[in-house]
Design a protein around this ligand. Structure first.
Ligand code: SF4
Length: 303
């Protein structure tokens, strides 16, 4: 079916079903174009919880749709492609977290939102990359078990040096793959151009760039900067919003490899089918949901 016909169908089904479409900033341009709101995990979690619509079609990866369901259990959360998962979220399980809790009984578990609902349920706090530093600075515990992203954890630890941290070995394969050599070769190719990077990158990369921030902070920095050309070290879907917000500026990806395959699994046909059938629906069991909600509600208190 041609694209314009698919788009028309989506617009009319969205109206008919009174659905809200949320899309993460790493989704394809086509999906972001169809969304009512695009945003990072923190922004989308807030919208899912506070919106009036009772049907939300969530375009992102599975943990995001589960987060929306936990925060808004009365709403229908439709997730177009069930096997769009996050590789990082799969790197830590409940047993690993419980083992660390036994080893460090006085520590608070701070869990990056890129994790399974089960891991959130055994955590004290959730955070996103946008609020991880602020949250850890403000909680009363001085010993932190940070899961699953050791790179984001190291970045938080550097910014909150007065606290003690314990990590697991999780990482985002997309950001973790970037190297100091990638930064150096772009510096040679584009001398004087600032590089903005996501804190899921390794510390050696963060040390070599000009600005470190979550996707929403990279967007704000690019918007407010007087630079007309910037190099971006985060997932390529971000370019859609960057170009939309600053069409006169030029954005260059640090490497062509900055693509999350799971984030690209949802196509317009999946979105159309999800709206038409209002499925697949996301469900999270009541016990897990109740426990994880506590940690997620704490996440929403910090911006
Ligand atoms: S970009 Fe990385 S952290 Fe984000 S969904 Fe993909 S694998 Fe997970």
């Amino acid at each position: 079916m041609d694209k314009s016909k698919l788009i028309d169908e989506i617009i009319s089904l969205k109206k008919e079903k009174k659905a809200l479409i949320l899309a993460h900033l790493y989704q394809s341009d086509d999906i972001q174009m169809m969304a009512d709101y695009t945003g990072d995990s923190l922004e989308l979690s807030r919208i899912a919880k506070e919106s009036d619509e009772q049907v939300i079609v969530f375009c992102g990866v599975r943990f995001m749709a589960e987060t929306a369901k936990i925060l808004a259990p009365e709403k229908k959360i439709v997730f177009p492609v069930l096997d769009a998962k996050c590789d990082m979220a799969r790197m830590v399980d409940v047993n690993q977290v419980n083992a660390l809790k036994n080893e460090y009984p006085g520590a608070a578990v701070v869990c990056y939102v890129n994790s399974t609902s089960e891991v959130k349920a055994v955590s004290d706090y959730c955070c996103t990359s946008a609020n991880a530093v602020t949250l850890v600075e403000n909680i009363e515990e001085n010993e932190i078990i940070f899961v699953p992203d050791k790179n984001l954890g190291a970045y938080v630890a550097r910014n909150v040096p007065e606290k003690t941290f314990h990590f697991v070995r999780g990482f985002c394969p997309v950001h973790h793959a970037l190297s100091i050599r990638d930064v150096e070769s772009m510096r040679e190719k584009y001398p004087g151009i600032r590089i903005l990077a996501h804190p899921e990158c390794k510390m050696e990369v963060l040390d070599a760039v000009d600005f470190v921030g979550s996707t929403s902070k990279i967007l704000a920095e690019a918007r407010n900067s007087s630079d007309q050309k910037l190099i971006i070290a985060t997932e390529e879907g971000t370019l859609y919003r960057l170009k939309k917000e600053s069409p006169q500026k030029e954005f260059i990806l640090l490497t062509d490899e900055l693509v999350c395959r799971d984030m690209k699994k949802i196509g317009l046909n999946h979105l159309r089918d999800a709206l038409k059938n209002l499925e697949p629906l996301i469900e999270v069991d009541e016990e897990t949901s109740q426990k994880a909600r506590l940690a997620l509600e704490r996440m929403l208190q910090y911006s």
